[in-house]
Design a protein around this ligand. Structure first.
Ligand SMILES: Cc1ncc(COP(=O)(O)O)c(C=O)c1O
Length: 452
């Protein structure tokens, strides 16, 4: 029997259609702290902050107030033709001041995809203006997630991108995913693995032709690839290679930015020293759609010089630098810096400890994470690291069972991912892991029954 509300006029993004046909959508009506509640009033711990973004929870009064004030003052305006609202100017100053590198300019979009896409266009704008139109190739890593637009889906190193005819675009070159547990050779240390990947990058650049490469995109911690922190020395090994060839490093901080890794930026946690930072998600704590591109002084100048060759800067979004979004972002950043990030730093050790302890569970091959993000990589056999057969959809089973038990966690490939709001309390962390441990026992027992 089809559940009410499915099918409906709503086409669900990134959702499994057979599951929807079987059980219908979960309709989320409201939120409170780190919990969300469905239409029947059932509460769930939101173990993923929505989509990594609702870092201040689902009812933060300061952000709601900031939004109400901004809506009352100027509910809608744009930033084209030299016009701009005060909150956009103020937010830009703030972002330049707190950026993980020396920064000079900020450009606004409405999402992480649009912001990364904007970077691609900026790099191509520079190539054209600087007399090197062939400098178009983009370096990315397998397992990376950079968005869903044509260019950013192409930068995304996941198989489903091939569902779209012609993607990834031919401009993208993929490098090895920096996942030591899965990709390292037997006995290879993290440092040796990092050095090998730096050699791979150098060889790729030399073989491709350094003059053809416009930029290197990297998440400080691969997020949708399954929370993969870089191996020791990774960015230290690849940075000099990129510098040697003058290739800009774009830190996609859409997930890591604004505290997720324990510092304000993943680039600070891992000493990345990027040329461009892409921010989104936590920038407004998920209370408003926003993406931002933060440029180093050198790139800021080059982009402006390139734009001067045209009648006007040839790019912009209708609702980029929205006055309400900028006001919310200012309030969110203040709240993150003054309260939420200090709380995250207090609770992160317990979070990581509970996560690592689940690493002993028979279904878990690797428990990994940093700050307030983590993943459990599921395996059928610990010694050979043999994964479960894909058709068993083990991570989905865990997520579905966890939902029944009152926890939202995310299945990503063969891993289960957690990234709760920064405002989570120590007691809530205990509760989250107690539910997850029980859920995994239940799923494990169910699998054993099926196999038996
Ligand atoms: C690292 C990273 N970059 C870009 C994006 C795309 O952002 P959006 O979904 O806002 O377009 C995401 C989304 O999860 C992301 O995790």
């Amino acid at each position: 029997m089809t559940k009410p509300n499915y099918p409906s006029a709503f086409l669900h993004p990134f959702s499994d259609i057979p599951t929807l046909e079987q059980s219908g959508p979960v309709i989320i009506e409201r939120g409170e702290g780190i919990h969300v509640f469905d239409e029947s009033g059932r509460g769930y711990i939101e173990g993923n902050s929505g989509l990594w973004n609702a870092v201040l929870g689902f009812d933060h009064p300061k952000l709601i107030e900031a939004a109400q004030r901004a809506y009352a003052r100027m509910p809608a305006y744009h930033a084209f033709f030299g016009r701009v609202c005060p909150s956009a100017l103020e937010l830009s100053e703030r972002l330049v001041a707190i950026a993980p590198m020396k920064a000079s300019r900020v450009f606004y979009a409405n999402s992480g995809s649009e912001a990364n896409d904007t970077v691609v266009k900026m790099l191509w704008l520079l190539a054209e203006a600087e007399g090197k139109p062939h400098r178009r190739l983009l370096l990315s890593r397998r397992g990376a997630y950079h968005g869903v637009s044509v260019a950013t889906a192409s930068l995304t190193g996941k198989d489903y991108v091939r569902a779209f005819s012609g993607l990834p675009m031919p401009e993208v070159r993929f490098l090895t995913c920096p996942h030591h547990w899965r990709e390292a050779r037997a006995g290879e240390s993290e440092e040796d693995f990092s050095n090998r990947l730096a050699v791979e990058i150098e060889q790729t650049i030399r073989n491709t032709g350094p003059d053809l490469i416009a930029g290197f995109f990297a998440e400080p911690v691969l997020g949708a690839g399954g929370v993969i922190p870089p191996p020791k020395g990774y960015f230290q090994a690849i940075r000099p290679v990129l510098r040697k060839f003058g290739i800009p490093l774009i830190a996609d901080e859409v997930i890591c930015g604004f505290g997720r890794t324990g510092a304000l930026w993943g680039s600070l946690t891992y000493d990345i020293q990027p040329d461009i930072v892409v921010a989104s998600k936590a920038i407004t704590a998920g209370f408003f759609p926003m993406g931002a591109v933060i440029l180093s002084p050198e790139l800021g100048e080059r982009v402006e010089a390139a734009a001067k060759r045209h009648d006007e800067f040839p790019h912009g979004f209708t609702t980029g630098a929205h006055p309400v979004g900028c006001a919310i972002a200012l309030a969110a950043i203040e709240e993150i810096e003054s309260a939420a990030l200090p709380n995250l730093r207090r609770v992160a050790p317990a979070f990581q400890d509970r996560l690592r302890r689940l690493g002993a569970h028979p279904m878990v091959g690797e428990a990994r994470g940093v700050g307030l993000m983590g993943a459990l990589e599921l395996i059928a056999d610990k010694s050979s690291k043999r994964p479960y057969p894909a058709e068993l959809r083990v991570s989905e089973r865990i997520a579905r069972q966890a939902l029944k038990n009152g926890l939202i966690c995310r299945p990503l490939g063969q891993s289960v991912v957690l990234a709760p709001p920064f405002v989570i309390s120590p007691a809530e962390i205990e509760e989250l892991f107690a539910i997850l441990a029980r859920t995994m026992d239940e799923v494990h027992a169910g699998l054993a029954l099926t196999a038996g």
